[in-house]
Structure formats: structure tokens, C-alpha cells
Design a protein around this ligand. Structure first.
Ligand code: PLP
Length: 391
């Protein structure tokens, strides 16, 4: 882990990432248990000495201090927001999934136009619903100068799903701001300490916490981080009625996952970088199978290293020569499950055509886990060699 990199953004903080992950919610302790309890209750007894009607509340902060009903807030969702606000350096609002978080941002900012390039197909599907129902216009990023105006949203995913390649956030922020539009950066593929999108002009940062923050392929969640407290309050208020707060059990699991998050993502990043280097160095040995390798570590533009200050993202993609090879490669792998999603400690490959209707039909996405990089490299090399020999 590049210590200097971690310090660039966190210099203003009292503690480092790993400490904040373990102690950022100490202030929310309600009991003496060291491990936070799993709270399954949806409703909480009113305090006999604090019977204030809703209409007399100045704001909604009370629901975090004294939980009322779990759709509003519950003890572990409050703990998560304390940690995420600290590690993501803003005001964090937690959701039941990454898509619920994106939808909440659309409801809040209510843009007339969305500028969007390659991105997770589900995000695009939400944009399509907004277009169908409310006539919101969608444009490619190239059209920002032509059509963007005040209050519009520019949505950028970097590194991008499923390629794992990076775009220049700073330049896009400049272009969006010149037209009065706001830039959302989906930084799911490189959460801190890999990338701090605030440093490059993001106005809103979004994460699917299902991926690296969750890290064990067993929960769904999402986070939005904003710079203004007032926006986070409005998002929390809206969330009550959208019904998209993170669930009770999931919040406990996510909290537990966060304690080890930095160790996991750092190892996943290192593993992915080693595997991509191996594939790139040996590509000619697999020339009848392996056509292209996509990953930020193979990009030469200057902004890539500046953005990925703590390491490259743990997802990369390859294209093979035929669809048949894409079907067969996963069958030949021992340590990569053939499944969708990413970010877990277990490595996955996905013939992306299985879930993404818009993608190259010969693309395999690789999500690198926490196994030994040597074992993963041997596994991939042997599967590619089998396909090479058969071609
Ligand atoms: N953003 C990115 C980049 C993703 O890859 C995904 C899911 O794969 C999402 C958002 C949506 O997250 P979730 O599945 O938690 O709703």
C-alpha cells in the first residue's frame, strides 16, 4: 500500500483509513458490546421522557440518536453512515443497493438531461425508465458542450464496468461545470484508498457497497456521498418515503465487512495488477484465444496514475476470439467461479453476455479476489493453454 497516496486525501483527518474503519462508529455505541449487536427490530419503544410530536421536530437528526422505525434509520445504518462519512470524506447516505442509491440521486437532483457514457447497464436502465416516464433526455458525454445546461447531470464511472479502464475525471468535471452541470462519479471499481474522486472535481460520489465494501458476496447496499450536509439531510428525508434504507441484517454484515475492507481491497488490487501483467507479458503464447486485455494498469495516459493513487482496480476484462471459447474458459478454471458481480474475496469470471445486453459478446470480465496471485495466474494460464491447444 502506498502510504503517501493514502495521506494525500486523508491529511486533514485525525486518523488513517484502517483506524476509521474500526472506530468511526464508536460514538454510536448504545451498549457495552465490543461487536455491535444485530438489531432485527423494525420498531423502537418511544422514550417516555421525550415525547415530541413529528411536527415539532426541527429536523430529522433525532431518528439517528433514538431510532423510531427502521425504514427511517436503525442503529447499524447510523453506524455505517458514521464510518462512510469519515472514510469517504463527505456526508454519506446509505441505501439498500447501488441502484437504489443512483435512483435516489436522480430523484434528488431531478435533471432534465443526463450525459452518460459506458457504464453499468443497470444505471442506464434507470435512465431509460426516467426517459420513458418523465421525458428526461439522455446524451453521450461527447455532447456536453452542445446540450448541457444548469442542473443537468453528467454521470461517469471510472474505472468502468466491465472493462476496468479509467477516464479522465478532472477533464470531465471541467466540461460539466463549464455548463453548470453536476458530475456524479461512480467509483465502485476503485473505492478509497485506490481513488479519491473529490480530488478531481466530483460533485457527488456513488458506490455499490455490494462490491468491495461488502466484499463477501453476501449483501446488497449502496452509498451516496455529498459535500453539503443539507443535501445529505434531504436525501435521508426522501429515503424514508422511497423505502430504500439498507436492511437490518445487511447493515450488520456490511459493518462487519468494513472492519477488514482495506486489507481486502489492497490485496485484490495487487493481485489484479500482477495477473494483468502476466497476461500482457504472455499474450503471444495464447494468441489463438486471448484477443484483448483491458485494465487501467495497461493505460499510458498520465491521468490514470494520478487518479488511481492507491493502486489499480481489482476488475479487468479480456476478449476472446470466439463465443464458444467464452463458454468454455469458465469451465476450465478451478479458482474463479463463473458468476456475475464482483468485489468479493473469491475470484469470479463472467461471460458478460450472460447479464449485459449491450456488451461485446466475446468479453469475459474478471473480478480478482484475495486468493494467492500465483495460484490464480497458474489457473488462468492452464485454462488458456488448454483452449490455445484446442484452437
Ligand atoms: N455501479 C456499478 C459500477 C456496478 O458495477 C453496479 C453493480 O454491478 C452498480 C452500480 C449497482 O449496484 P447494486 O448491484 O448494488 O445495485
Amino acid at each position: 500500500m502506498d502510504v503517501k497516496a493514502d495521506c494525500t486525501k486523508r491529511a486533514r483527518k485525525m486518523v488513517d483509513l484502517s483506524t476509521a474503519l474500526i472506530h468511526g462508529d464508536d460514538k454510536d455505541n448504545r451498549v457495552s458490546d465490543v461487536a455491535p449487536p444485530i438489531n432485527v427490530s423494525t420498531t423502537f419503544r418511544y422514550d417516555d421522557d421525550d415525547l415530541v410530536p413529528w411536527t415539532e421536530r426541527e429536523n430529522l437528526d433525532f431518528m439517528e440518536k433514538k431510532p423510531v422505525y427502521s425504514r427511517l434509520a436503525h442503529p447499524n445504518s447510523t453506524r455505517l453512515e458514521s464510518i462512510f462519512s469519515e472514510i469517504l470524506d463527505g456526508y454519506a447516505v446509505i441505501y439498500s443497493s447501488g441502484l437504489a442509491a443512483f435512483y435516489a440521486a436522480m430523484v434528488h437532483y431531478n435533471p432534465k438531461k443526463i450525459f452518460i457514457g459506458q457504464s453499468y447497464h443497470g444505471v442506464r436502465a434507470i435512465a431509460n425508465i426516467l426517459t420513458r416516464n418523465y421525458g428526461i433526455k439522455q446524451y453521450p458525454l461527447e455532447d456536453i458542450e452542445k446540450y448541457a445546461s444548469e442542473g443537468d447531470i453528467v454521470h461517469l464511472e471510472s474505472p468502468v464496468n466491465p472493462y476496468g479502464t479509467s477516464s479522465d475525471i478532472e477533464s470531465l468535471a471541467r466540461r460539466a461545470h463549464a455548463k453548470g452541470a453536476l458530475l456524479i462519479v461512480d467509483s465502485t471499481f476503485a473505492s478509497p484508498p485506490l481513488q479519491y474522486a473529490w480530488n478531481f472535481g466530483a460533485d457527488i460520489i456513488l458506490y455499490s457497497a455490494t462490491k468491495y465494501f461488502g466484499g463477501h458476496s453476501d449483501l446488497l447496499s449502496g452509498v451516496i456521498v455529498v459535500k453539503e450536509e443539507a443535501t445529505s439531510r434531504q436525501l435521508k428525508d426522501d429515503r424514508i418515503y422511497l423505502g430504500t434504507n439498507v436492511a437490518n441484517l445487511e447493515s450488520f454484515m456490511l459493518l462487519r465487512s468494513l472492519r477488514t475492507y482495506e486489507m481486502r481491497i489492497t490485496k485484490q488490487s495487487e493481485n489484479a495488477t500482477k495477473i494483468v501483467k502476466f497476461l500482457s507479458d504472455h499474450q503471444s503464447e495464447f494468441d489463438k484465444v486471448l484477443k484483448t486485455i483491458y485494465h487501467s494498469s495497461l493505460q499510458t495516459e498520465e491521468f490514470v496514475k494520478k487518479q488511481l493513487v492507491g493502486g489499480y482496480g481489482p476488475v479487468f476484462a479480456i476478449t476472446l476470439h470466439t463465443k464458444e471459447q467464452c463458454k468454455r474458459l469458465p469451465l476450465k478454471l478451478k479458482y474463479f467461479h463463473h458468476a456475475t458481480s464482483l468485489g468479493g474475496i473469491e475470484s469470479l469470471v463472467e461471460w458478460r453476455a450472460m447479464t449485459d445486453p449491450y456488451i461485446d459478446q466475446t468479453l469475459i470480465r474478471v473480478s480478482v479476489g484475495c486468493e494467492s496471485a500465483n495460484d490464480l495466474i497458474k489457473d488462468l494460464a492452464s485454462a488458456l493453454k488448454e483452449l490455445q491447444d484446442a484452437a
